[in-house]
Design a protein around this ligand. Structure first.
Ligand SMILES: CC(=O)N[C@H]1[C@@H](OP(=O)(O)OP(=O)(O)OC[C@H]2O[C@@H](n3ccc(=O)[nH]c3=O)[C@H](O)[C@@H]2O)O[C@H](CO)[C@@H](O)[C@@H]1O
Length: 367
Protein backbone atom coordinates (compact mmCIF):
# COMPACT_ATOMS: atom_id res chain seq x y z
CA UNK A 1 0.00 0.00 0.00
CA UNK A 2 1.32 3.47 -0.90
CA UNK A 3 -0.10 6.36 1.07
CA UNK A 4 0.46 10.07 0.73
CA UNK A 5 -0.50 12.13 3.76
CA UNK A 6 -0.83 15.85 4.20
CA UNK A 7 -1.69 17.82 7.30
CA UNK A 8 -0.03 20.57 9.19
CA UNK A 9 0.48 23.91 10.75
CA UNK A 10 -0.13 22.71 14.28
CA UNK A 11 0.22 19.45 16.20
CA UNK A 12 -3.53 18.87 16.25
CA UNK A 13 -3.40 18.12 12.51
CA UNK A 14 -0.01 16.37 12.45
CA UNK A 15 -0.26 13.87 15.31
CA UNK A 16 -3.40 12.19 13.92
CA UNK A 17 -1.53 11.74 10.61
CA UNK A 18 1.50 10.25 12.38
CA UNK A 19 -0.73 7.98 14.48
CA UNK A 20 -2.42 6.72 11.32
CA UNK A 21 0.94 6.08 9.65
CA UNK A 22 2.11 4.07 12.68
CA UNK A 23 -1.10 2.02 12.67
CA UNK A 24 -0.65 1.20 8.98
CA UNK A 25 3.03 0.34 9.56
CA UNK A 26 1.91 -2.22 12.17
CA UNK A 27 -0.60 -3.85 9.82
CA UNK A 28 1.26 -3.61 6.54
CA UNK A 29 5.03 -3.93 6.84
CA UNK A 30 5.47 -3.14 3.13
CA UNK A 31 3.51 0.12 3.24
CA UNK A 32 5.24 3.18 1.82
CA UNK A 33 4.52 6.77 2.80
CA UNK A 34 5.02 10.29 1.57
CA UNK A 35 4.16 13.26 3.78
CA UNK A 36 3.54 16.59 2.08
CA UNK A 37 3.60 19.64 4.35
CA UNK A 38 5.01 23.15 4.49
CA UNK A 39 8.49 24.18 5.49
CA UNK A 40 7.17 26.69 8.09
CA UNK A 41 4.69 24.43 9.87
CA UNK A 42 5.50 22.22 12.86
CA UNK A 43 5.29 19.21 10.48
CA UNK A 44 8.70 20.06 8.97
CA UNK A 45 10.18 19.29 12.42
CA UNK A 46 7.92 16.46 13.60
CA UNK A 47 7.69 14.32 10.46
CA UNK A 48 11.41 13.91 9.60
CA UNK A 49 11.99 12.96 13.29
CA UNK A 50 9.87 9.88 12.56
CA UNK A 51 11.87 8.94 9.46
CA UNK A 52 8.93 9.49 7.15
CA UNK A 53 9.81 10.89 3.68
CA UNK A 54 8.81 14.56 3.68
CA UNK A 55 8.27 16.99 0.79
CA UNK A 56 7.11 20.54 1.07
CA UNK A 57 5.00 23.01 -0.87
CA UNK A 58 4.66 26.73 -0.21
CA UNK A 59 1.16 27.85 0.74
CA UNK A 60 -0.53 30.28 3.13
CA UNK A 61 -4.06 30.26 4.56
CA UNK A 62 -6.96 32.34 3.23
CA UNK A 63 -8.00 35.28 5.37
CA UNK A 64 -11.69 35.29 6.27
CA UNK A 65 -12.03 39.00 5.56
CA UNK A 66 -11.36 40.69 2.20
CA UNK A 67 -7.64 41.14 1.77
CA UNK A 68 -5.06 41.57 -0.98
CA UNK A 69 -3.21 38.63 0.59
CA UNK A 70 -6.02 36.37 -0.60
CA UNK A 71 -5.10 37.11 -4.21
CA UNK A 72 -1.53 36.08 -3.48
CA UNK A 73 -2.88 32.97 -1.76
CA UNK A 74 -4.80 32.01 -4.91
CA UNK A 75 -1.53 32.06 -6.89
CA UNK A 76 0.25 30.11 -4.15
CA UNK A 77 -2.60 27.60 -4.18
CA UNK A 78 -2.26 27.08 -7.94
CA UNK A 79 1.51 26.65 -7.62
CA UNK A 80 0.92 24.29 -4.67
CA UNK A 81 -1.41 22.19 -6.82
CA UNK A 82 1.21 22.03 -9.57
CA UNK A 83 3.98 20.97 -7.16
CA UNK A 84 1.70 18.47 -5.43
CA UNK A 85 0.79 16.90 -8.79
CA UNK A 86 4.48 16.48 -9.52
CA UNK A 87 5.14 14.76 -6.17
CA UNK A 88 2.06 12.57 -6.50
CA UNK A 89 2.86 11.52 -10.07
CA UNK A 90 6.33 10.47 -8.91
CA UNK A 91 5.14 8.63 -5.79
CA UNK A 92 1.96 7.09 -7.31
CA UNK A 93 -0.02 6.62 -4.06
CA UNK A 94 -3.05 4.32 -3.78
CA UNK A 95 -4.73 6.91 -1.61
CA UNK A 96 -4.16 10.48 -0.38
CA UNK A 97 -5.29 11.53 3.10
CA UNK A 98 -5.57 15.07 4.40
CA UNK A 99 -5.69 15.62 8.14
CA UNK A 100 -6.36 19.34 8.15
CA UNK A 101 -4.58 22.67 8.06
CA UNK A 102 -4.36 24.73 4.86
CA UNK A 103 -1.51 22.70 3.39
CA UNK A 104 -3.99 19.90 2.66
CA UNK A 105 -5.90 22.14 0.26
CA UNK A 106 -3.61 21.96 -2.80
CA UNK A 107 -2.37 18.43 -2.02
CA UNK A 108 -5.76 16.74 -1.72
CA UNK A 109 -7.26 18.83 -4.51
CA UNK A 110 -4.37 17.83 -6.81
CA UNK A 111 -4.90 14.17 -5.92
CA UNK A 112 -8.62 14.35 -6.66
CA UNK A 113 -7.89 15.97 -10.03
CA UNK A 114 -5.42 13.18 -10.84
CA UNK A 115 -8.13 10.63 -10.06
CA UNK A 116 -6.38 9.26 -6.95
CA UNK A 117 -8.77 8.15 -4.15
CA UNK A 118 -8.89 10.81 -1.42
CA UNK A 119 -9.95 11.06 2.21
CA UNK A 120 -10.05 13.99 4.63
CA UNK A 121 -9.99 13.57 8.38
CA UNK A 122 -11.80 16.30 10.34
CA UNK A 123 -10.84 16.34 14.03
CA UNK A 124 -13.19 19.11 15.14
CA UNK A 125 -16.92 19.47 15.71
CA UNK A 126 -16.89 22.45 13.32
CA UNK A 127 -14.77 22.05 10.17
CA UNK A 128 -12.22 24.59 9.00
CA UNK A 129 -12.27 26.33 5.60
CA UNK A 130 -9.90 23.86 3.92
CA UNK A 131 -11.89 20.74 4.75
CA UNK A 132 -15.16 22.45 3.78
CA UNK A 133 -13.63 23.29 0.42
CA UNK A 134 -12.17 19.81 -0.07
CA UNK A 135 -15.35 18.00 0.94
CA UNK A 136 -16.71 18.57 -2.58
CA UNK A 137 -13.81 16.77 -4.25
CA UNK A 138 -12.86 13.90 -1.92
CA UNK A 139 -14.22 10.34 -1.82
CA UNK A 140 -14.55 10.00 1.96
CA UNK A 141 -14.73 12.28 4.98
CA UNK A 142 -13.80 10.82 8.36
CA UNK A 143 -15.17 12.69 11.38
CA UNK A 144 -14.65 12.62 15.14
CA UNK A 145 -17.74 14.42 16.46
CA UNK A 146 -21.31 13.61 15.37
CA UNK A 147 -21.93 17.38 15.23
CA UNK A 148 -19.54 17.62 12.25
CA UNK A 149 -21.89 15.52 10.06
CA UNK A 150 -24.16 18.46 9.24
CA UNK A 151 -21.36 20.25 7.36
CA UNK A 152 -20.56 17.44 4.93
CA UNK A 153 -22.31 15.36 2.23
CA UNK A 154 -23.95 12.44 4.10
CA UNK A 155 -23.03 9.78 1.51
CA UNK A 156 -19.29 10.35 1.98
CA UNK A 157 -19.14 10.93 5.72
CA UNK A 158 -18.14 8.28 8.23
CA UNK A 159 -17.47 8.51 11.97
CA UNK A 160 -14.03 7.09 12.80
CA UNK A 161 -12.73 9.15 15.71
CA UNK A 162 -9.14 10.39 15.91
CA UNK A 163 -6.36 7.80 15.38
CA UNK A 164 -4.33 9.48 18.10
CA UNK A 165 -6.89 8.06 20.57
CA UNK A 166 -5.56 4.58 19.76
CA UNK A 167 -1.91 5.53 19.74
CA UNK A 168 -1.85 6.90 23.29
CA UNK A 169 -3.09 3.63 24.82
CA UNK A 170 -0.95 1.07 26.63
CA UNK A 171 1.98 3.37 27.45
CA UNK A 172 4.08 3.28 30.62
CA UNK A 173 3.24 6.29 32.80
CA UNK A 174 6.14 5.65 35.19
CA UNK A 175 8.56 5.83 32.28
CA UNK A 176 6.83 9.03 31.18
CA UNK A 177 7.18 10.61 34.61
CA UNK A 178 10.83 9.64 34.89
CA UNK A 179 11.57 11.07 31.44
CA UNK A 180 10.28 14.46 32.62
CA UNK A 181 12.07 14.35 35.96
CA UNK A 182 8.85 13.90 37.99
CA UNK A 183 8.37 11.87 41.16
CA UNK A 184 6.76 8.47 40.52
CA UNK A 185 4.70 8.57 43.72
CA UNK A 186 3.14 12.03 43.98
CA UNK A 187 -0.09 12.78 42.02
CA UNK A 188 0.69 14.79 38.89
CA UNK A 189 -0.92 17.57 36.87
CA UNK A 190 0.10 18.45 33.32
CA UNK A 191 -0.45 22.04 32.18
CA UNK A 192 0.01 22.95 28.51
CA UNK A 193 -1.51 25.31 25.96
CA UNK A 194 -1.95 23.17 22.84
CA UNK A 195 0.90 22.27 20.51
CA UNK A 196 2.29 25.80 20.34
CA UNK A 197 1.68 26.96 23.91
CA UNK A 198 -0.74 29.72 24.91
CA UNK A 199 0.35 33.07 26.32
CA UNK A 200 -2.76 33.63 28.53
CA UNK A 201 -2.29 30.22 30.17
CA UNK A 202 1.42 30.95 30.66
CA UNK A 203 0.61 34.29 32.28
CA UNK A 204 -1.85 32.74 34.73
CA UNK A 205 0.55 29.93 35.65
CA UNK A 206 3.55 32.20 36.14
CA UNK A 207 1.58 34.68 38.29
CA UNK A 208 0.48 31.90 40.62
CA UNK A 209 3.75 30.05 40.43
CA UNK A 210 4.86 30.21 44.05
CA UNK A 211 1.42 29.04 45.23
CA UNK A 212 2.14 25.56 43.88
CA UNK A 213 4.85 25.22 46.47
CA UNK A 214 3.76 22.85 49.26
CA UNK A 215 0.77 21.40 47.35
CA UNK A 216 0.35 17.63 47.75
CA UNK A 217 0.71 17.23 43.97
CA UNK A 218 3.38 18.00 41.38
CA UNK A 219 3.05 19.96 38.15
CA UNK A 220 4.57 19.39 34.74
CA UNK A 221 4.23 22.72 33.01
CA UNK A 222 4.83 22.85 29.23
CA UNK A 223 5.18 26.40 27.92
CA UNK A 224 5.33 25.87 24.14
CA UNK A 225 8.68 26.23 22.35
CA UNK A 226 8.31 29.92 21.50
CA UNK A 227 7.50 30.99 25.09
CA UNK A 228 10.01 28.86 26.99
CA UNK A 229 12.90 31.30 27.47
CA UNK A 230 10.66 34.13 28.76
CA UNK A 231 8.75 31.85 31.12
CA UNK A 232 11.93 30.29 32.46
CA UNK A 233 13.39 33.73 33.23
CA UNK A 234 10.24 34.80 35.08
CA UNK A 235 10.14 31.54 36.99
CA UNK A 236 13.71 32.04 38.12
CA UNK A 237 12.89 35.57 39.28
CA UNK A 238 9.96 34.52 41.47
CA UNK A 239 11.52 31.20 42.49
CA UNK A 240 10.72 27.88 40.86
CA UNK A 241 8.91 25.61 43.40
CA UNK A 242 10.40 22.11 43.82
CA UNK A 243 7.18 20.46 42.70
CA UNK A 244 6.98 22.27 39.32
CA UNK A 245 8.97 21.07 36.30
CA UNK A 246 9.02 23.40 33.26
CA UNK A 247 9.54 22.11 29.70
CA UNK A 248 9.30 23.82 26.30
CA UNK A 249 7.66 20.90 24.43
CA UNK A 250 6.96 17.22 25.06
CA UNK A 251 7.89 14.72 22.36
CA UNK A 252 6.66 11.62 24.23
CA UNK A 253 3.17 12.86 25.07
CA UNK A 254 1.52 9.38 25.14
CA UNK A 255 3.89 8.22 27.93
CA UNK A 256 3.56 11.51 29.78
CA UNK A 257 -0.25 11.41 29.62
CA UNK A 258 -0.26 7.85 30.94
CA UNK A 259 1.33 9.19 34.14
CA UNK A 260 -1.06 12.12 34.73
CA UNK A 261 -3.97 12.49 37.18
CA UNK A 262 -5.24 15.76 35.70
CA UNK A 263 -4.55 17.77 32.54
CA UNK A 264 -5.05 21.51 32.11
CA UNK A 265 -5.02 22.56 28.46
CA UNK A 266 -6.59 24.32 25.51
CA UNK A 267 -9.43 22.34 23.92
CA UNK A 268 -7.85 21.27 20.63
CA UNK A 269 -9.69 18.25 19.28
CA UNK A 270 -6.68 15.93 19.16
CA UNK A 271 -5.82 16.61 22.79
CA UNK A 272 -9.44 15.83 23.73
CA UNK A 273 -9.34 12.54 21.82
CA UNK A 274 -6.23 11.57 23.80
CA UNK A 275 -7.70 12.57 27.16
CA UNK A 276 -10.96 10.70 26.68
CA UNK A 277 -9.29 7.61 25.29
CA UNK A 278 -7.19 7.41 28.46
CA UNK A 279 -9.96 8.60 30.77
CA UNK A 280 -8.05 11.57 32.19
CA UNK A 281 -9.96 14.37 33.93
CA UNK A 282 -9.25 17.84 32.55
CA UNK A 283 -9.68 21.56 32.99
CA UNK A 284 -10.20 23.00 29.52
CA UNK A 285 -9.45 26.60 28.61
CA UNK A 286 -10.66 26.85 24.98
CA UNK A 287 -8.82 29.21 22.69
CA UNK A 288 -11.29 31.97 21.73
CA UNK A 289 -9.12 32.81 18.68
CA UNK A 290 -10.16 29.87 16.46
CA UNK A 291 -12.67 29.51 13.61
CA UNK A 292 -16.27 29.69 14.86
CA UNK A 293 -15.07 29.33 18.44
CA UNK A 294 -14.83 25.58 17.77
CA UNK A 295 -12.62 24.85 20.78
CA UNK A 296 -15.39 25.94 23.16
CA UNK A 297 -17.77 23.58 21.36
CA UNK A 298 -15.17 20.79 21.63
CA UNK A 299 -14.73 21.54 25.35
CA UNK A 300 -18.44 21.68 26.11
CA UNK A 301 -18.95 18.24 24.65
CA UNK A 302 -16.75 16.99 27.53
CA UNK A 303 -17.82 19.35 30.31
CA UNK A 304 -21.53 18.68 29.60
CA UNK A 305 -20.82 15.04 30.47
CA UNK A 306 -18.80 15.76 33.60
CA UNK A 307 -15.57 14.60 31.92
CA UNK A 308 -13.95 18.03 32.16
CA UNK A 309 -14.32 21.41 33.81
CA UNK A 310 -14.61 24.40 31.52
CA UNK A 311 -12.63 27.54 32.34
CA UNK A 312 -13.23 30.31 29.82
CA UNK A 313 -10.27 32.50 29.00
CA UNK A 314 -12.17 35.60 30.17
CA UNK A 315 -12.37 34.02 33.64
CA UNK A 316 -8.78 32.78 33.65
CA UNK A 317 -6.58 34.11 36.48
CA UNK A 318 -4.00 32.35 38.59
CA UNK A 319 -6.63 32.14 41.37
CA UNK A 320 -9.35 30.55 39.24
CA UNK A 321 -6.82 28.20 37.69
CA UNK A 322 -5.36 26.97 40.97
CA UNK A 323 -8.87 26.85 42.50
CA UNK A 324 -10.01 24.45 39.74
CA UNK A 325 -6.87 22.34 40.05
CA UNK A 326 -7.21 22.06 43.83
CA UNK A 327 -10.88 21.12 43.60
CA UNK A 328 -10.08 18.13 41.42
CA UNK A 329 -6.71 17.15 42.89
CA UNK A 330 -7.70 17.42 46.54
CA UNK A 331 -10.99 15.57 46.12
CA UNK A 332 -10.53 11.92 45.26
CA UNK A 333 -14.21 11.32 44.53
CA UNK A 334 -14.45 14.20 42.03
CA UNK A 335 -11.30 12.97 40.34
CA UNK A 336 -12.57 9.36 40.09
CA UNK A 337 -15.99 10.45 38.80
CA UNK A 338 -14.42 12.64 36.09
CA UNK A 339 -12.09 9.80 35.09
CA UNK A 340 -15.05 7.53 34.55
CA UNK A 341 -16.99 10.09 32.49
CA UNK A 342 -13.92 10.94 30.43
CA UNK A 343 -13.23 7.28 29.61
CA UNK A 344 -16.86 6.77 28.55
CA UNK A 345 -16.39 9.37 25.81
CA UNK A 346 -13.23 7.87 24.33
CA UNK A 347 -13.04 6.12 20.95
CA UNK A 348 -10.00 3.87 21.49
CA UNK A 349 -10.35 1.94 18.21
CA UNK A 350 -10.27 5.06 16.01
CA UNK A 351 -7.06 4.11 14.17
CA UNK A 352 -8.41 0.77 12.99
CA UNK A 353 -11.73 2.37 12.02
CA UNK A 354 -9.90 4.86 9.82
CA UNK A 355 -7.68 2.13 8.38
CA UNK A 356 -10.79 0.17 7.35
CA UNK A 357 -12.13 3.21 5.49
CA UNK A 358 -8.83 3.45 3.61
CA UNK A 359 -8.72 -0.26 2.76
CA UNK A 360 -12.31 -0.21 1.56
CA UNK A 361 -11.71 2.84 -0.63
CA UNK A 362 -8.64 1.29 -2.24
CA UNK A 363 -10.57 -1.94 -2.90
CA UNK A 364 -13.47 -0.05 -4.48
CA UNK A 365 -11.03 1.81 -6.71
CA UNK A 366 -9.44 -1.45 -7.93
CA UNK A 367 -12.80 -2.87 -9.09
C1 LIG B 1 -4.96 27.43 17.58
C2 LIG B 1 -5.53 26.35 16.73
O1 LIG B 1 -5.88 26.55 15.57
N1 LIG B 1 -5.67 25.15 17.30
C3 LIG B 1 -6.19 24.00 16.61
C4 LIG B 1 -5.12 22.97 16.51
O2 LIG B 1 -4.67 22.86 17.86
P1 LIG B 1 -3.39 22.16 18.39
O3 LIG B 1 -2.38 21.94 17.35
O4 LIG B 1 -2.97 22.81 19.65
O5 LIG B 1 -4.07 20.77 18.59
P2 LIG B 1 -4.57 19.79 19.65
O6 LIG B 1 -4.70 20.34 21.00
O7 LIG B 1 -5.77 19.16 19.06
O8 LIG B 1 -3.39 18.71 19.59
C5 LIG B 1 -2.12 19.01 20.03
C6 LIG B 1 -1.29 17.78 19.82
O9 LIG B 1 0.03 18.09 20.14
C7 LIG B 1 0.49 17.22 21.16
N2 LIG B 1 1.48 17.94 21.96
C8 LIG B 1 1.19 19.16 22.48
C9 LIG B 1 2.15 19.82 23.23
C10 LIG B 1 3.40 19.20 23.44
O10 LIG B 1 4.29 19.72 24.11
N3 LIG B 1 3.63 18.00 22.89
C11 LIG B 1 2.71 17.36 22.14
O11 LIG B 1 2.95 16.25 21.66
C12 LIG B 1 -0.76 16.82 21.92
O12 LIG B 1 -0.56 15.65 22.66
C13 LIG B 1 -1.73 16.66 20.75
O13 LIG B 1 -1.51 15.44 20.09
O14 LIG B 1 -5.62 21.75 15.94
C14 LIG B 1 -6.74 21.17 16.61
C15 LIG B 1 -7.15 19.89 15.89
O15 LIG B 1 -7.59 20.12 14.62
C16 LIG B 1 -7.89 22.17 16.72
O16 LIG B 1 -8.95 21.61 17.48
C17 LIG B 1 -7.37 23.42 17.41
O17 LIG B 1 -8.39 24.39 17.56
Amino acid sequence: MKIAVSGGGTGGHIYPALALIREIQKLDKEAEFLYIGTQNGLESKLVPRENIPFKSIYITGFKRKLSFDNIKTIFRFLKGVKDSKKYLKEFKPDVVIGTGGYVCGPVVYAAAKLGIPTIIHEQNSVPGLTNKFLSRYVNKIAICFDEAKQFFPANKTVFTGNPRASEVLGKDGIKGRLSAGLSTTKPAVLIFGGSRGARPINEAVVKGFTEFSGKPYQVLYVTGDAHFEDVKKEAELVGNPDNVVIKPFIHNMPEILAGMDLVVSRAGATTLAELTSLGIPSILIPSPYVTNNHQEKNARSLSDHGAAELLLEKDLTSNTLIGHIDRIMLNKQTNEEMKLQSKKMGVPDSASRLYKVIEQLIKENQK
